[in-house]
Ligand binder design. Sequence first.
Ligand code: ADP
Length: 434
Amino acid sequence: MAWIAVGVGLSLAGGLLVQVTASRNTARYAESLEAMARALEGNRTPAYLVLEGPIAGAQRRLFAAVEALLRELDALAEQRDELDAILRSMREAVVVTGSGGEVVLINGAARELFALSPEADYRGHNFVELCRDPRLQEFVARSTAASDAQMMSTELAIAHPKQGHLRVNAAPVRVAKGAAAARVLVFSDITDLKAYENVRADFVANLTHEVRTPLSALCGYAETLLRGVDDPETQHRFLDIIERQARRLARLIDDLLTLSDLERGLTPLKLEPVDPAHLLVETTELMREPAEKHGVTLSVEAAAELPQMLGDHDRLHQLMLNLLDNAIKYTPRGGRVTAVARRAEEAEAPAGVELAVSDTGEGIPAAHIPRLTERFYRVDRARSRELGGTGLGLAIVKHIVQLHRGRLKIESRVREGTTVRVFIPCEQAQSGVA
Ligand code: ADP
């Protein structure tokens, strides 16, 4: 009996020992799980607790899986940061929409383009409602409704939030099979490009027009002469016309070459000290004969002890000739043209010299003044042609002034006269210019 009692006692003690060990293990498992949960909640890698017992193997695997997942999460966070940085630095506006057209992601350039708040959270808003331009709305709605794989592109003239041109690409985002497609919409502002295309098209149209008139005159009169003209006086008149038209074409080509050279910056300025008074004297001397032919008095007024300008002598020479040529051309007989050089006294401006050409001519209506420096812009096209103008003189002047970092001002009163002022910085002010 006694050994039975001992046996029972021993087995009870053994059971108790197993129970105590089991409950101690359970407590350690609980502690380890608790530590793991806390670490995961705090986005940290959980500390690895070495345990023994039946679930130690499973726990090891669990820890390894958690570690792999955390590594993946880190990599994903890194990728997201990279994507954020790319989207932020993109000049193109990017919007990602969900299958229903709701905003999933919108970058800074898109917020700016659509005049949206830089901070507001637009996720979940319908993008069609955010871009207020009707044409854009129509395209976005169409791209959202398009079949999942279809990539759509277009160019649109928009009116909201401001007038402009956009190139839009809408591409489907690859998604899990069966799920409705999200889209990436990329908007590029091509307003400047369109404006440039228009300027180029206008330029070609204008140039064609400018060349065609003298060219058809040349062909017409040459053909007539070839067919034979008996009267020597008529012959001479026709040859005179041919010569004038040929000269006009040559002038046009010269001006075009000068302008293109200035615009493309192919020949850099040869900066050197230029004496303003000397520049006025040499250019007015060259224009004295045409002035006399026109019956216009030409005079020079140069202030004493003017500072030297820092400029390209040949370009400034050309600028003065263009201004004097205009003043003489557009001043009726008996009028006066004066070339002036004086120290520019502007409080906020760097030291410089003002070159001005004033005339007592026909003047320019105020509405035309802002456009005079555009290529081929003329107040009276027929009159400019008749006087031998190319319509490029003031465009050339503007470019020369800009290259010298100067300023150009045109003042005029109809039937009273015109003054064109050019400010050219002087030597000390431009010492840093290459
Ligand atoms: P153009 O070869 O026709 O003279 P410009 O570019 O030199 O071309 O000048 C553009 C236009 O500005 C001229 O066609 C003319 O209408 C006007 N203009 C320029 N200078 C004067 C001036 N001194 N007086 C009156 N009109 C002028």
